[in-house]
Design a protein around this ligand. Structure first.
Ligand code: NI
Length: 421
């Protein structure tokens, strides 16, 4: 006959289990942090994730991904499939934290905290595995490669790893939110991140004989100024957009008017209507300025991920799960950064959150860091959310009111390999 634990003994046992999970996740996060790998090069990271999952007895699924891991827990009881996603790649940044577990690779750093995302999702896997026989359906774990290039989510979707998923959740660390808080917001949370390249072609000449030229630099200067009027004059003050020209390339010498100029930059929007409006005005203004100055202009769009747009019902479910694990729920300000999680939300209902990590610096900073107390909290939240949502979705046919089939226009080939969002 088994001995019954007293309340105090049970509490002590639970506390010891929590502490041992926390210590394990810190060790995992530090191992990943010391060994960052860039997008599409996450081979060692992939091997380690597989190893940790296999050690815990978690099923690894076989999809045609070069890097990244898809795994699954549950399924003994029929029910829906909930996906939890973490990104696993690092950035081309030279680390300057001085931490004992700082990057061992020059010019490579987990400067966006994807090491913490990966470790947290592994923690959720360990927790869910212990409750596998009780899960009312299946939890699919997506360790996604190449988020920084905005390609990874599309590769996961192309590999069919999202097939059969009823809802998907993901999160990003948020340095300016304290540990113990989570930002949950329905609707737009992160921006559509598009790029542009404008080519202006004129006629070169001696710099002292400008009348013989059609100067692309003067045309470009006017164009840059005119493009700023899109946000100030065409976008409603109640909506938002960013247009930044970030690079100008033209000319070879101080005494030669060049033949052509290249301008590139980025466009950020939260609303598909604003995104379309800004692009339309951008092209009209470019054509108009080009006509005025007699240059030939072409605009090439680099289509990035659409805006992260959170499902209302799933956001509410997440807020309940967050409170159940002791997190304080706040409504976060949207971020104009891009996030390829948005591609999943085009395929299935999804919600994305900001988890407080009390960081000393913003994303991509060389001294970026997270407060590791966030690791077990995030693992517990992910696990709680998946388990609650399986129960909630079981027996429901329609998940949400959003029309996810409405805009499937994001082609996997539309983003170049050098895009970092
Ligand atoms: Ni990131």
């Amino acid at each position: 006959m088994s001995r019954h634990l007293t309340n105090t003994e049970a509490e002590n046992e639970a506390k010891a289990a929590q502490e041992s999970l926390a210590a394990r996740l810190v060790a995992i996060r530090r191992q990943l942090h010391a060994n960052p790998e860039l997008s599409h090069e996450e081979f060692q990271t992939t091997d380690w994730i597989r190893g940790w999952l296999e050690e815990a007895g978690v099923r690894i699924l076989d999809y045609s991904l070069r890097t990244g891991v898809i795994a699954e827990i549950g399924g003994a009881r029929p029910g829906p499939t909930i996906a939890l996603r973490a990104d696993i790649d690092a950035l081309p940044v030279q680390e300057e934290t001085g931490l004992p577990f700082a990057s061992q690779k020059p010019g490579r750093m987990h400067a966006c905290g994807h090491d913490y995302h990966t470790a947290s999702l592994l923690g959720a896997a360990f927790l869910l595995k212990k409750r596998e026989s009780e899960l009312a359906g299946t939890v699919r774990l997506i360790f996604q490669p190449a988020e920084e290039k905005a390609h990874g989510a599309l590769e996961v979707i192309e590999s069919s790893a999202l097939d059969g998923v009823d809802a998907i959740y993901g999160l990003h660390n948020k340095p300016d939110l304290p540990v113990g808080t989570i930002g949950i917001k329905e609707g737009p949370l992160m921006a559509a991140a598009d790029g542009f390249v404008v080519k202006l072609e004129g006629t070169g000449s001696h710099a002292a004989v400008p009348e013989a030229s059609v100067d692309p630099i003067v045309a470009g200067a006017h164009l840059i100024a005119a493009l700023q009027t899109i946000v100030s004059r065409n976008v409603s003050p109640l909506q938002s957009a960013v247009i930044s020209v970030t690079r100008i390339h033209s000319g070879t010498s101080w005494n030669v008017i060049p033949e052509s100029a290249l301008l590139d930059g980025t466009l950020r929007t939260f609303d598909e209507g604003v995104r379309a409006l800004v692009k339309e005005r951008f092209e009209r203004i470019t054509d108009g300025v080009a006509a005025a100055f007699g240059v030939k202009a072409s605009v090439k769009w680099i289509q990035g991920p659409p805006a992260v747009n959170n499902d209302r019902v799933l956001s509410e479910t997440a807020a309940i799960a967050a409170r159940r694990v002791g997190l304080q729920v706040v409504v976060p300000a949207p971020s104009p950064a891009g996030e390829d999680f948005a591609f999943y939300q085009r395929a299935v209902p999804g919600a994305f959150f900001f988890m407080g990590t009390s960081g000393p610096h913003e994303w991509h900073h060389p001294a970026f860091d997270i407060d590791e107390r966030a690791l077990p909290l995030t693992a517990a939240f992910f696990a709680r959310l998946a388990e609650d949502n399986l129960v909630q979705l079981g027996g429901k046919d329609a998940l949400s009111s959003q029309d996810f089939a409405s805009s499937q226009d994001e082609s996997p080939n539309s983003i170049p390999n050098d895009t970092t969002v």
